[in-house]
Design a protein around this ligand. Structure first.
Ligand SMILES: Cc1cc2nc3c(=O)[nH]c(=O)nc-3n(C[C@H](O)[C@H](O)[C@H](O)COP(=O)(O)OP(=O)(O)OC[C@H]3O[C@@H](n4cnc5c(N)ncnc54)[C@H](O)[C@@H]3O)c2cc1C
Length: 292
């Protein structure tokens, strides 16, 4: 199908984007990589009257350290993260892993990290990653700029705190300390498919090998990406052991509330969520030199 008729506006700055969005209110949608919005429009699941294309906005195209965070601008592509040299550093292994398994290489050339967070597909790979990495999103609108924690940003399926007349300008990932590593574990039916289940984990150890902090989150495990706080609490302050990993995995399986579909039954997906959290924790710890 072809999309319903719409007005196409090209923005050249953040201010111009916000002005267009405020002028057209609920009728307007931001166009970033177009990898979710355009298919939705073609199937007429989305019928925005106005599209505001942010691709010409040069000030949104960056991935850069910004004090204590890594800032990823709204038009930075998945493929730019995948190719970035800093992903070889184990501190960024969660981002390195996820950037290789989001969709397929063609989609990753256009799809953006921030667009994926704004789309907030329950099976999307970036929302769970942002939860485990304790990210925040920078939102700009009429009232100025606000920085929203990812927990607050992700409201429900395909819904975020970005309101009418607002846009997300960047996502900020806190720069992890040296004794931090992560892992993204995804089971998909074939390359380019959304997750049957996926787990994002990030672990920081202190000098004596105790887990100082753990981030654990799931994709395709509910109406929106799920943070497994019970697992995070169980891990924090403990020495890593096989029993501890099993306890975290069990907490993840309990917390997972997937939908049964062609990719698998509810039981299968809940079990898989636990298995993937255990695999992710083992891999993150192995990257820190702890074999379990
Ligand atoms: C074949 C195929 C396979 C895919 N497989 C996967 C997969 O395995 N895992 C996965 O996670 N994703 C997958 N995707 C989705 C893909 O990753 C999208 O790129 C991503 O979900 C959205 O990013 P985008 O930049 O293309 O956003 P767009 O499609 O441009 O926008 C998506 C939504 O977010 C809004 N939006 C975008 N940017 C902003 C902003 N800065 N401020 C406010 N609102 C904004 C738009 O208005 C729209 O509502 C797949 C897509 C395709 C086509």
């Amino acid at each position: 199908m072809i999309p319903a008729a719409f007005e196409y506006l090209r923005a050249h700055s953040i201010d111009e984007t916000c002005a267009y969005l405020q002028q057209h209110g609920a009728e307007a949608r931001v166009l970033a990589g177009g990898q979710s919005l355009i298919p939705a429009m073609r199937f007429r699941l989305a019928r925005p009257a106005v599209i505001v294309d942010i691709n010409p906005v040069a000030e949104l195209s960056y991935i850069r350290p910004d004090g204590a965070v890594l800032a990823i601008g709204a038009t930075a592509r998945d493929a730019e993260v995948e190719r970035a040299p800093w992903t070889a550093d184990r501190r960024w292994s969660l981002l390195a892993d996820v950037s290789r398994v989001v969709a397929d290489p063609v989609v990753r050339q256009m799809g953006t990290v921030v667009g994926s967070l704004c789309h907030n597909d329950p099976a999307g790979d970036w929302p769970a990653t942002a939860l485990a990495g304790r990210a925040s999103v920078v939102v700009r609108g009429k009232a100025g700029t606000r920085i929203v924690s990812i927990d607050e940003f992700l409201v429900d399926s395909f819904t975020t705190t970005v309101g009418e007349g607002e846009m997300a300008v960047a996502v900020h990932f806190p720069v992890p300390d040296d004794r931090t590593a992560g892992s993204y574990q995804k089971v998909e039916r074939k390359v380019g498919d959304f997750a049957t289940a996926a787990a994002a984990v990030q672990v920081s150890l202190d000098a004596n090998g105790t887990i100082r902090h753990a981030g654990v989150a799931l994709s395709a495990a509910g109406p929106c990406a799920v943070r497994v706080e019970e697992a995070e609490r169980a891990l924090a302050g403990q020495k890593p052991t096989a029993e501890l990993i099993r306890a975290a995995a069990d907490a993840a399986a309990r917390r997972s509330v997937p939908q049964g579909d062609l990719r698998g039954s509810v039981e299968y997906k809940k079990n898989l969520a636990g298995v993937l959290v255990a695999r992710g924790l083992r891999q993150a710890l192995a990257r820190l030199g702890v074999q379990l």
